[in-house]
Structure formats: structure tokens, C-alpha cells
Design a protein around this ligand. Structure first.
Ligand SMILES: CC(C)(COP(=O)(O)OP(=O)(O)OC[C@H]1O[C@@H](n2cnc3c(N)ncnc32)[C@H](O)[C@@H]1OP(=O)(O)O)[C@@H](O)C(=O)NCCC(=O)NCCS
Length: 157
């Protein structure tokens, strides 16, 4: 469970310097500032920040394309991991976008910690995108969460 001091709120443009710093610690090929600005400018997206002691410790970016929500980015600052912060971000995303909505994402097959996080929410693998990651040439695993597969960690125990 997240520490009681963590709160989840909407992500804003003024949060981006802190987000970029975490992004660089979290990913070998981090998003640019322009990519975050583009996502925040989309009125239908769900963009969230996890705050602890007035500092950002995690964030989530989810975009809507027609009837499908695409989880574009989620990261937690390394010292704050394994405290339920990503779980709290995903729960809020589902609260906002809808329990019965369809969600998809791409993840590196080597990212087993993220895959097990997603599986706890009812995401299931549905094929691969060949050579999706340009830095390593790795395929992406495509995952979907639909009303049929939906679960949350608290619901599934
Ligand atoms: C993946 C990530 C967002 C998880 O954040 P987190 O706040 O540590 O996740 P939570 O504490 O909510 O973990 C929930 C569950 O996910 C799984 N999980 C998370 N980190 C894990 C790890 N290092 N090893 C194994 N399982 C892990 C576990 O099932 C965990 O539940 P448990 O702690 O009760 O065992 C974080 O590790 C991260 O920022 N990684 C780098 C960025 C990244 O890969 N993002 C995903 C891109 S697709």
C-alpha cells in the first residue's frame, strides 16, 4: 500500500522539471520535455502526479484514442518504489477513465516488474510489435485490459 503521505493529483506543466528528472532516472531512452508538453495539452488525457512531502515521486500519462485509453508512460522515482505508488496511480487512472473502459499499453518483455504490476490490474498480453524500441531493437509486448479481464489488486486480493 502507498505510504499515507502520498497523494495523487492532476499533473501540470509546472511539474515537468521534476518529472523530467525522474524520467531520466527511470528510462534508458527518456521522453523529451516536448513529449510531456504534447500529452498535457490533450484535453481528453489523464495525466497524474504522485506527491510525497510536496515532491513528485511518480507520474502517469494516459491518452484517449477514440474509445481506447493508451497508457503512454508511468514511472516512480527509484527510492520511492515498491510502496504501492504505481498501484495508486493506476487505480486513480481507472477511477477517472472508467472501470469498464478498454486500456492498452506497450511494455518491454524484459520489464518483468512492470508486467507483473499490469497483470495485477487485469492487463493481458495480446501479441507483440516487432522492433518497437528503437534504442535496442527490442519487440514490445502489447497488453490490453478490457471489461472482461478487468481486476484491481484490492479486488483480486
Ligand atoms: C514499474 C514501476 C512503475 C512500478 O512502480 P512501484 O511504485 O514500485 O510499483 P508498486 O509498488 O505499486 O508495485 C505493485 C506491484 O508491481 C510488481 N512490482 C513492482 N516492482 C517490482 C519489482 N521490482 N520486482 C517484482 N515485482 C514488482 C509487484 O507485483 C508489486 O506488488 P508487491 O510490491 O505487493 O509485490 C517502477 O518500477 C518504475 O518506475 N520502473 C521504471 C519505469 C518503467 O519501467 N515504467 C513502465 C514502462 S512500461
Amino acid at each position: 500500500m502507498p505510504t499515507p503521505s502520498v497523494t495523487i493529483r492532476s499533473l501540470g506543466y509546472s511539474d515537468l522539471p521534476q518529472v523530467i528528472a525522474i524520467e531520466r532516472r527511470a528510462f534508458p531512452t527518456p521522453w523529451s520535455l516536448a513529449m510531456f508538453v504534447l500529452e498535457l495539452s490533450k484535453p481528453s488525457g489523464v495525466c497524474l502526479a504522485a506527491i510525497e512531502e510536496r515532491r513528485i515521486v511518480g507520474y502517469l500519462i494516459c491518452s484517449r484514442y477514440a474509445d481506447v485509453w493508451h497508457l503512454m508512460n508511468i514511472a516512480v522515482d527509484p527510492p520511492a518504489r515498491r510502496q504501492g505508488i504505481a498501484t495508486a496511480l493506476l487505480e486513480r487512472m481507472i477511477d477517472r477513465a472508467g472501470e469498464d473502459a478498454s486500456y492498452t499499453l506497450e511494455v518491454r518483455p524484459s520489464n518483468t516488474q512492470a508486467i507483473s504490476l499490469y497483470e495485477r490490474f487485469g492487463f493481458r498480453s495480446a501479441g507483440t510489435r516487432r522492433r518497437y524500441y528503437q534504442d535496442t531493437g527490442e519487440d514490445a509486448l502489447i497488453m490490453w485490459r478490457t471489461a472482461d479481464t478487468a481486476s484491481t489488486p484490492s479486488a483480486s486480493g
